[in-house]
Design a protein around this ligand. Structure first.
Ligand code: 1GP
Length: 251
């Protein structure tokens, strides 16, 4: 199996380099918007494009990815809301198991029915412990997943969930306050989780300002994901990328 992109995640973490992932929801972009995002992303040295959404109503997932790949060398990582969102044109797949929830379908059920298809895709399959954290308002992900998020002030629950996920073999942990969250994840929680796991930690949901991205990295996030704020103001790509890449390695 190919693990090219996962090694890239690991190498960046080992070198204490923080990474920036721009989330593109195929439902919300047309060809012109993709062009602009890729142009800005290349200029800002974005590390990854994550592609996906909770729904993906449109059918142009493949076209969206092909367009990104034709324009740049930035790795495209699928962040699927359902098994139908697997495209062989991407580089890697966040193979998500919703470990913060107790919905067996999202822990293992959907994986079973889509396993042969996913394996055949040739993608770099990255087992990811996905943790939804309360972001102050019900988001699409909490509604669709039919699972309660981890309360925003329960850092210990988040820590234990991440530790269990890592011991079960997850290669990444993704803490998400949900797309467009009112309140992004608190630094105390990120810090606590980061201190207790060794695999790369992805953090996203409701991040709208470079300062917050910077603080999250200082708290221990390895990869910051931003979607909504960039959809509203693509120019933010430059500022947020600069902030994330300015975080210095710990001595
Ligand atoms: C959502 O973590 C991502 O799943 C990004 O969230 O769209 O709020 O940036 P935003």
């Amino acid at each position: 199996m190919n693990h090219r992109i996962y090694h890239h995640f690991l190498q960046r973490k080992q070198a204490q380099h923080k990474s920036f992932a721009v989330l593109i929801d195929p439902d919300k972009v047309d060809a012109a918007a993709i062009n602009e995002l890729v142009h800005l992303g290349t200029k800002a040295k974005v590390d990854y494009f994550f592609v996906g959404g909770s729904l993906v109503i449109s059918s142009h997932l493949d076209d969206c990815i092909k367009q990104i790949k034709a324009l740049c060398d930035i790795p495209v990582v699928l962040f699927p809301g359902s098994p139908s969102q697997v495209s062989r044109y991407a580089d890697a797949l966040l193979y998500l198991s919703l470990i913060s929830g107790r919905n067996p379908e999202l822990l293992i059920g959907q994986h079973v029915v889509s396993a042969p298809f996913v394996k055949k895709s040739g993608l770099d399959i990255m087992p990811t412990g996905y943790m939804v954290i309360d972001g102050g308002a019900p988001t699409t992900v909490s509604y669709i997943s039919n699972a309660s998020p981890i309360p925003a002030d329960k850092a210990d629950i988040a820590m234990c969930t991440a530790m269990a996920g890592e011991m079960l073999g997850m290669k990444l942990i993704y803490m998400d306050a949900g797309s467009g969250a009112q309140t992004p994840i608190r630094e105390e929680m990120i810090e606590k989780v980061a201190r207790h796991i060794e695999v790369p930690l992805i953090v996203g949901g409701g991040i709208t300002a470079p300062e917050k991205a910077y603080r999250n990295c200082q708290a221990g996030a390895d990869v910051i994901v931003v979607g909504n704020a960039i959809e509203k103001d693509p120019g933010l790509i430059m500022e947020i990328s600069a902030a994330i890449h300015a975080v210095k390695a710990h001595a």
